[in-house]
Design a protein around this ligand. Sequence first.
Ligand code: UD1
Length: 333
Amino acid sequence: MQTTRCLVTGCAGFVGSHLCDALLALGCTVVGVDNFFSGHRRNMAAFADHPEFHFYETCVTNTGELAALLARHAPLRVCFHLAAVVSVSWSMEHPERTLEVNYQASQRLHAACREQGARAFVFAGSAAEYGETGAAAIREEAATPDTVQASPYGRAKYLSSRLIEHSGFGVSLRCFNIYGPRQDPGSPYSGVISRFCQQALAGEPVTIFGDGGQTRDFIYVADVVQAYLLAAGLAGPHKIPLCGAFNVGRGESTSILELAAVVAGVAGSALAPRFSPSRPGDIRHSLADVGKLEAATGFLAGVAMREGLEKTVEWMRREDRDRDEADSLRARA
Ligand code: UD1
């Protein structure tokens, strides 16, 4: 019997690597693509040697290589397209390259998958497609051609989502603030949760930009993976791939001050937060209206904030231990 063949671009990334774990556990064959621009080889450690995982180190803008691997692994049933320029600040400095990677490459891959007869195309959209809406809970219709996104990153993601929606083939998942194990805490532009957890575990106060009254809709990575499987028609009661654009969030608002308090509790830190000036262009409130995805698939995010934070902190502690062990082995060698 032939297994379900899936392409995952961005397979070494934070979300992409968790998606590969889940697809292989479902018995799928996974063709993974990554160029390690922001992904890490260590994210693939659990599945790199899996007999049903086939890895290609290349960029999604490399049309020739992508066409060759699509042909080699035809027929692909699902394409999960997550590879992208993920840093908003990098996108500000490199708008043209961002458009090339986050839009033009998506356009070509979408056309190639459609031509090949793939059953589903699932694109990693973003809440950044909405810009500043002022809405209490953001609905999918809020992103229009007139929307002014705050960055080339948001604009390119929107152009791809719109192309997919208008084509009638494929789905864009507009994820809100994703967090969990394997999210890289190492840069000033990393997600707030990975930064807070790292600071708290290092015995440092967490840094809040602004007054901490800004709010976000945080969703744990395992919930996001479930949304990807549902969108592709690989999970759920109906197993029908979705079409169009869908928000993926918990539909719950958490302020950065509240977050700091929960992280302190989970990580066992008694230090008060430190306050720094607001980040320029920071959005005040961002909350998903999750009704459209729930109506289509029954999806509701299941992992509560505290549980997700406990798993994230546990992972970070393990990473620190592994790093210390490797350092002491190297020192003894
Ligand atoms: C997130 C996305 C971004 C996307 C945007 C669109 C991440 C990492 N970034 O940005 O790609 O364009 O949604 O809606 O998911 N903060 C602190 N201290 C810190 C770090 C952050 O107080 O050390 C604050 C920020 O000022 C912000 C909030 O926490 O108000 C969330 O920040 P962040 O995790 O970077 O995500 P977004 O700004 O929402």
